[in-house]
Design a binder for this molecule. Sequence first.
Ligand code: DGI
Ligand code: FE
Ligand code: FE
Length: 215
Amino acid sequence: MKIHISDVMLDELREKIKPYLKHKRYNHTLAVEEEVTCLGGVYLPEDVNRLRAAALLHDITKKLDLSEHLQICKDFDIMVGDQPEREEKLFHSKTAPLIIKENFEGYYDDDILSAVRWHTTGRKGMTVFESLVYLADYIEKTRTFDDCVVLRKYFYDELDKGEYPPIEVLRKTMVMSFDMTISNLIEENGLIDLDTISARNSFVLNDCFTDIIKE
Ligand code: DGI
Ligand code: FE
Ligand code: FE
């Protein structure tokens, strides 16, 4: 079921998330909200407020340290790998939906929870809703990392050119984002999560956007 999120609820949510986020992360969160409003206007105009709620909630557990994440996983019977310290950055997207369910009654539905859950690794067969939150997180305006700036420019240039339908521009941009993330992880000798690889391959194969009918 889709929840109705009013403008007043978004105002309330912006206040309610404040204690959960450090100052810089709060500003990033507001920038993701702004970005997803823009993306939603193009791809899912009827879902803009729900996308905004997902953006506001996406990094809600980012402040927690590894031991706190592991405790939450234990409390909720979530499986953890042998070397959690090597994938520390992935935990906030696993614990966030659990905390949202506990503390943000009335502000979430299944789309919002899954967009939060998959905002870091992505997954096979992502929906447009999930993809927009993922992309907004990557290209929001306060990001200064080269890849983020390059991806932002690529996406909006392609959209402006109009050579491909907007949904194809989104798919190509998602492939590029995963290619960049995977290259960086390889360079850092990091572990690539299998969901990251499945996400990338499913966008390459056009086995994605399962929530809309493609032409
Ligand atoms: O929380 P944010 O910084 O706003 O953004 P995010 O949740 O997308 O996290 C980005 C980080 O996650 C970035 O440092 C790369 C890392 N990451 C993404 N996919 C993988 C990954 N790290 C590992 N180890 N494996 C992955 O597959
Ligand atoms: Fe995140
Ligand atoms: Fe984020």
